[in-house]
Design a protein around this ligand. Structure first.
Ligand SMILES: CC(C)(COP(=O)(O)OP(=O)(O)OC[C@H]1O[C@@H](n2cnc3c(N)ncnc32)[C@H](O)[C@@H]1OP(=O)(O)O)[C@@H](O)C(=O)NCCC(=O)NCCS
Length: 192
């Protein structure tokens, strides 16, 4: 199966990764200030890492999206809906924004689109996330949309970026609890 979904919001487009995005992916993830908060990104992050990620994403039809700034057509981040269980109607997934573009509301805008797609198009009922210690920006962003703190998985990850053992602070969002999706530019189309 192929991911051919494109989501458009006010300032952003979320579309499937393309191999031509590899340089932009390296530009965003070859940065310890970003990768130290992610479970699966190594540091340094090389062009081969980027190409392998994109190839796997395309081959497996994963719901991994590049986040594009409409104004400039630049790739400024990535987000995904992962580990989808249609039996339980749940999924996980994360997000990152290139450090140069953080703090401008793009993360919230893309995350919101991801949540809306998961609940309203995929018809899921629960989203599972998490964050590492001190990642207050991610935590606050999740709380804003109604995510609740659900506990800690102790020593859950060895960070590929830092090698540190990290506790995972787990969060979850029920469809019935979601906030902030009203009055929101959101269009979905399917690529041919
Ligand atoms: C987490 C991340 C995706 C957020 O994206 P962003 O574009 O920087 O976030 P936004 O500008 O939309 O801000 C999101 C919210 O974070 C909070 N926030 C912003 N700056 C903050 C700061 N310095 N400290 C604490 N909270 C902060 C605010 O609640 C903000 O929402 P508001 O402006 O409506 O109040 C981005 O910072 C990032 O890529 N970080 C590194 C990778 C990462 O942590 N990914 C998530 C892993 S769980």
């Amino acid at each position: 199966m192929k991911n051919n979904i494109v989501i458009e919001t006010k300032r952003l487009i979320l579309r499937p990764w393309q191999i031509e995005d590899a340089d932009a992916l390296v530009d965003g993830l070859n940065n310890i200030n970003v990768s130290k908060y992610l479970a699966g990104a190594p540091y340094p992050y090389t062009l081969d890492d980027a190409k392998n990620f994109i190839t796997k994403t395309i081959e497996e039809g994963l719901y991994n999206f590049a986040i594009i700034l409409k104004d400039t057509n630049e790739v400024i981040g990535g987000t995904q809906i992962s580990n989808i269980s249609y039996a339980n109607k749940t999924a996980g997934g994360g997000i990152w924004i290139n450090e140069r573009y953080q703090g401008k509301g793009y993360g919230s805008e893309a995350f919101k689109a991801r949540i809306k797609y998961a609940f309203e198009v995929l018809n899921l009922r629960r989203l599972e996330n998490g964050y590492f210690k001190n990642n207050e920006r991610s935590h606050q962003m999740q709380l804003k949309f109604g995510y609740q703190d659900e506990g800690v998985r102790r020593q859950r990850f060895i960070s590929k970026a830092t090698g540190n053992i990290e506790d995972e602070y787990i969060t979850g969002l029920l469809k019935s609890e979601v906030r902030g999706l009203e009055e929101f530019d959101f269009k979905v189309k399917e690529l041919k």
